[in-house]
Ligand binder design. Structure first.
Ligand code: FPP
Length: 252
């Protein structure tokens, strides 16, 4: 028997989990004849505002794509300044996030990062681990394909070790090995900067996400844009493979 849709019938209008591809920092800077790094700096302010907006509107989980597996290919200076910016942002923002009951976690290939950044990440995660407000996931050195391959490797190793059988591997077992294993799938993906792509973000987890693209560049993404995205989401009918008529029938 087909599974019933997880949340389609509850008519929740605020997404429980929002994922964001923050694009457009470089163009924002170029339009002002500034170096790209100035765009990333301006992007931190938009991150802060988005975290506040998510908490204010009752979103439970917010996952931000800060640095992809592919971003290592950017000029060395840009990568190094971005890594420095992450360290600085953690130094400046973590106490405030903690005061606001935010639980902060990082996903991605942590072993690829500098020791200093790893230390900051670990300290921030430890400090905020018991917080019960917004769950904020930041993806750094993350790629959706990498995540899936890592999960496959873990499961293969468990089969090798005799811990599980090959037949035990189903969607649930697979999802349990992904970076966001204990986080519900995103309901809404927001991408700024005018491109209409997923760019190797949460490939598995975004299977049923509604997707909202906007032309606004990330540093200019504020409350009006956040609310437009929520408005878009509230009007979607989430069908999970069912027909619209099936969902209407259950609602009546
Ligand atoms: C994409 O814009 C943005 C990034 C690769 C970096 C995102 C980083 C931040 C917003 C800064 C801080 C983040 C945190 C979580 C503290 P782009 O450079 O690709 O822009 P472009 O497409 O206009 O060139």
């Amino acid at each position: 028997m087909a599974e019933s849709p997880p949340t389609a019938l509850s008519a929740a209008t605020v997404p429980r989990h929002i994922a964001v591809i923050m694009d457009g920092n470089g163009r924002w800077a170029r339009r002002r004849s500034l170096p790209r790094h100035a765009g990333h700096r301006a992007g931190v302010k938009a991150v802060r505002e988005t975290v506040e907006n998510a908490a204010k509107h009752g979103v439970d989980y917010l996952t931000l794509f800060a640095f992809s597996s592919e971003n290592w290919q950017r000029p060395r200076e840009e990568v190094s300044k971005l890594m420095g910016l992450f360290v600085e942002a953690l130094r400046r923002e973590v106490a405030e996030l903690h005061r606001n009951n935010v639980r902060l976690r990082f996903i991605g290939a942590r072993d690829q990062l500098d020791a200093k950044l790893i230390d900051k990440i670990t300290a921030a995660e430890t400090l905020t681990a018991d917080n019960t407000g917004l769950n904020l996931q930041v993806a750094v050195a993350y790629g959706g394909r990498w995540d899936i391959v890592e999960a496959a490797r873990t499961l293969a190793a468990r089969v090798d070790a005799g811990d599980i059988r090959q037949d035990d591997i189903d969607e649930e077992a697979f999802a349990a090995e992904l970076q966001l294993a204990d986080v519900p799938d995103p309901d809404l993906l927001i991408r700024t900067g005018g491109e209409h792509r997923i760019s190797n973000f949460l490939l598995w987890n975004l299977a049923y996400a509604e997707i909202w693209f906007c032309d606004v560049l990330w540093p200019e993404f504020g409350e009006p844009e956040f609310e437009s995205a929520l408005g878009f989401y509230a009007q979607r009918q989430r069908r999970y493979g069912h027909t619209g008529e099936q969902l209407e029938a259950v609602k009546c």
